[in-house]
Design a protein around this ligand. Structure first.
Ligand code: SF4
Ligand code: SF4
Length: 119
């Protein structure tokens, strides 16, 4: 699976809602594998968002705040038992075409560079 450069999206001069829609469409999101989780809370404590966007003790299956999570994947890196999976983006699921996504990421990278150079 591709770890998309979520930060690049934020550099694009697009309305906030469009950026969120794009992010959800192309960027994988972290998901706790409940059977593996030992509730050490490293993911929550290491999340750069305040309040943290992930909480292993949150009731229900989904432990992620989809709105505030910036897809930095720190939680995925911090987990000592590899209990955080990166769930495929909708685009990945729809097309199973990682090459398309990679090409799109390259295009986004170029656009972001263009925008950055114009500032
Ligand atoms: S991906 Fe980043 S922002 Fe999202 S829950 Fe994990 S650490 Fe927090
Ligand atoms: S870091 Fe991993 S094991 Fe620890 S609470 Fe988070 S998901 Fe569970």
């Amino acid at each position: 699976m591709i770890k998309a450069p979520a930060n690049i999206l934020r550099l694009l001069p697009l309305p906030r809602k469009t950026l969120k829609w794009l992010r959800n469409l192309i960027v994988p999101r972290p998901q706790i594998i409940l059977d593996k989780c030992i509730k050490c809370m490293r993911c929550k404590n290491g999340c750069p968002i305040d309040p943290p966007a992930i909480d292993p003790l949150k009731p229900g299956e989904d432990k992620l705040n989809h709105v505030t999570c910036i897809r930095c994947y720190c939680c995925h890196e911090f987990c000592p038992v590899k209990a955080i999976d990166l769930k495929k983006s909708r685009l990945d699921k729809w097309f199973h075409a990682q090459e398309i996504v990679r090409a799109f990421h390259r295009l986004l990278g170029r656009l972001a560079l263009l925008v950055a150079n114009k500032r």
